[in-house]
Write a protein that binds this ligand. Structure first.
Ligand code: EPZ
Length: 427
């Protein structure tokens, strides 16, 4: 099992390329199911989850070819073609490993008139049900049958009528499933309280390029007028705002100066505001962000919220950075019920953090000390890397398969800007 070894204390200096966004790629790939023409997605990050999703699509009858960039370059080009579907099911062994597999539900239902997917089960950060996905499809006219841990959705007459979807809480995945199912519905679908994350905008833009008729892109009310069929297209994945924010936190805690190439400031305003309040300098540039810090940090009070609020996917990384702030920070996690798995591991490195329910109080300490630590989920893993970059001595992060799900070639990117980091594959 791979582990990553870091010898901390070195400031980060240089230029770091930001990859395509994992959470956009994972909703753009299933769009291939909506048409029998080729869909080409560019700027795909080289990630385990992207590969897993490609395998799931293959099982459904989608041909996939990866072409283009050389191994040392970032971003891949994948062309997918679903001439016809050979299956309409997403099995438990795939869905339980990657929750985003649930995003084939809407597209398969729209394409084939019926779909069967496994209920995902929980994960490290929480129960993560899919009731909102199912209620949305029902509101659009689908009939649902549950049995033995699977849900089967059926579109009467083979094509969803469409309808009004009112989400009681914001759900990124449920908004994505509803959007993809609505694109070729018979009539109009209105999605109220839709998620507004940039990844949703990316999905809308890709669907529009395929011929979908969507109004209200970027707002919390989306109106989709179904079309008979969608055609093929080529679309490039947006840059990963969470990856960029993660590396900005690494500069915050180690000091230094990084150019985050390709980062889009307009999609990271809450992250940038938090960094600036903590004393990290962020300059918005034409082709990215220039982030610099002295290593002196101020404490923050932060609460995670749906976009455009402070992203839950940035909470663990900010917590790691704030372990070294001068004073106490208060973080509140409002989205997931168990997203503090990184706290015990950060504490092993000398951090002083108290968790009470959904709130964590982080008392800044002078020094973190390297230690062997355990990654538990994707963003928790990154928080341990960030802490290790500043800690005195050696940190070993175990179970780095979590990291490989969401950070393309992390140790290569960090080594290139001065970090003393390596992957030990026989660990
Ligand atoms: C997406 O997950 C992201 N994953 C997550 O990123 C991200 O943390 C999350 O959105 C919030 O921004 C991908 O895009 C692949 P939700 P998703 O539906 O769609 C509850 C990462 O680290 N809920 O917006 O699963 C849910 O339990 C990952 O990159 C229901 O109750 O998130 C949570 O409390 C982690 N019923 C809240 O809503 C449902 O049917 C928000 O979840 C669906 C969700």
């Amino acid at each position: 099992m791979d582990r990553i070894i870091i010898r901390g204390g070195r400031p980060l200096e240089g230029r770091l390329p930001i990859s395509g966004a994992k959470n956009s790629a994972l909703t753009l790939l299933p769009c291939a199911l909506l048409t029998d023409e080729p869909l080409t997605i560019r700027n795909l990050p080289r990630l385990a989850d992207v590969d897993s999703f490609g395998h799931l699509l293959n099982q459904l009858g989608v041909s996939t070819t990866i072409e283009g960039t050389k191994p040392e370059e970032f971003g891949r080009v994948m062309t997918m073609r679903a001439t016809s579907l050979t299956a309409t099911m997403a099995p438990y062994d795939i869905v339980r490993k990657m929750r985003a597999s649930i995003l084939v539900l809407g597209p398969i239902l729209a394409r084939a008139g019926e779909a069967t997917v496994s209920l995902p089960g929980g994960c490290a950060i929480g129960n993560r049900p899919i009731d909102l996905h199912l209620k949305a499809l029902e509101a659009m006219g689908a009939r649902l049958e549950m049995s033995a841990g699977y849900v089967r959705a059926i579109a009467p007459g083979g094509r969803l009528p469409g309808g009004t979807v009112k989400f009681p809480i914001v759900s990124v995945g449920a908004t994505e499933n509803a959007l993809m199912a609505a694109a070729t519905a018979r009539g109009r679908t209105v999605i109220e309280n839709a998620a507004r994350e940039p990844e949703i905008v990316d999905l809308c833009r890709c669907l529009q390029r395929m011929g979908a008729k969507i109004d209200g892109v970027g707002t919390s009310t989306l109106t989709i007028d179904g079309v008979k069929e969608l055609h093929g297209a080529t679309y490039a994945v947006m840059p990963d705002r969470i990856e960029a924010g993660s590396y900005a936190c690494a500069v915050g805690i180690t000091g230094g100066r990084l150019e985050l190439e390709g980062a889009r400031a307009d999609e990271m305003q809450a992250t940038i505001a938090g960094l600036r309040e903590a004393g990290v300098e962020v300059e918005e540039r034409e082709n990215g962000l220039l982030v610099s810090a002295t290593g002196e940090l101020k404490p923050l009070t932060l609460s995670t919220d749906p976009y455009p609020g402070f992203a839950t996917d940035m909470q663990a990384q900010f917590m790691a950075m704030l372990t070294r702030a001068h004073g106490s920070s208060v973080l509140t996690e409002t989205i997931f019920e168990n997203r503090y798995m990184h706290v015990p591991e950060l504490s092993r490195m000398g951090a002083d953090i108290q968790v009470k329910g959904r709130t964590a109080v982080v008392h800044g300490v002078e020094q973190l000390n390297g230690a062997p630590v355990m990654a538990t989920d994707l963003r928790a893993s990154m928080s341990l890397i960030i802490a290790g970059l500043a800690a005195k001595g050696e940190t070993q992060v175990n179970r780095v398969y979590h990291l490989d799900r969401g950070y393309e070639r992390l140790e290569e990117k960090l080594s290139a800007v001065g970090a003393d980091i390596e992957r030990d594959s026989d660990g």
